[in-house]
Design a protein around this ligand. Structure first.
Ligand SMILES: [Zn+2]
Length: 198
């Protein structure tokens, strides 16, 4: 997912990762059919998985974005990385962000709230397009970490929105699928125009 507020885009310079032996992977974009694939559960928690997760973080920070699903780099596995990179309240200029990298493997949702929230979402696989999407405001998530250990947490706010957006990717769903047909066609038309201009 992109930064949700297009008026306050993330500054790539601030997001430059530290030097690690990681790779920036190519992000696939709509209408690539791989984005419609249903991702498979992770069963082996090994060094290869850790490398993929590290590469996904590197790719997400470089984009820059706040969330990335493995299928967006062409790997059909149930892996999400998220770092909301929220502004540091200590920084008066409002430029510094707090790094909080989180990985969610085999995430499962339950107990979605009846209350909904609306965010202007964007997606690294639907570049530079934003639209309001309505989702449950809160959701409980069960997931595994890179070592296969189980966790559960009630997600709220931007994290709830972001993890639902990323989880959709595991089911082959894009945020534009939540829009009316008219609105979706408008977004895709704008994207086609953008690509033509590039
Ligand atoms: Zn996305």
């Amino acid at each position: 997912m992109y930064c949700l507020n297009p008026q306050r885009p993330l500054d790539p310079a601030l997001l430059r990762p530290y030097l690690h032996p990681m790779a920036i992977l190519p992000i696939i974009e709509t209408p690539d059919p791989r984005l419609r694939v249903i991702s498979k559960p992770v069963e082996t928690f090994d060094a290869e998985l850790k490398q993929l997760v590290a590469d996904m973080f590197e790719t997400m920070y470089d984009a820059p974005g706040i969330g990335l699903a493995a299928i967006q780099v062409g790997v059909p596995k149930r892996i999400l990385v998220i770092d909301l990179q929220e502004p540091d309240p200590e920084d008066e200029e409002g430029k510094k962000v707090i790094r909080d990298p989180r990985v969610f493997i085999n995430p499962v949702f339950s107990d979605e709230s009846e209350e909904h929230s609306v965010y202007s979402e964007g997606c690294l696989s639907v570049p530079e397009q934003y639209a309001d999407v309505t989702r449950p405001a809160e959701v409980t998530v069960d997931w595994q970490d890179e070592d296969g250990k189980h966790h559960q947490e009630r997600m709220t706010g931007l994290m709830a929105t972001c993890i639902q957006h990323e989880h959709d990717h595991l089911e082959g769903i894009l945020f534009i699928d939540h829009l009316s047909r008219l609105k979706r066609e408008m977004v895709l038309k704008k994207l086609a125009k953008l690509r033509k201009a590039a």
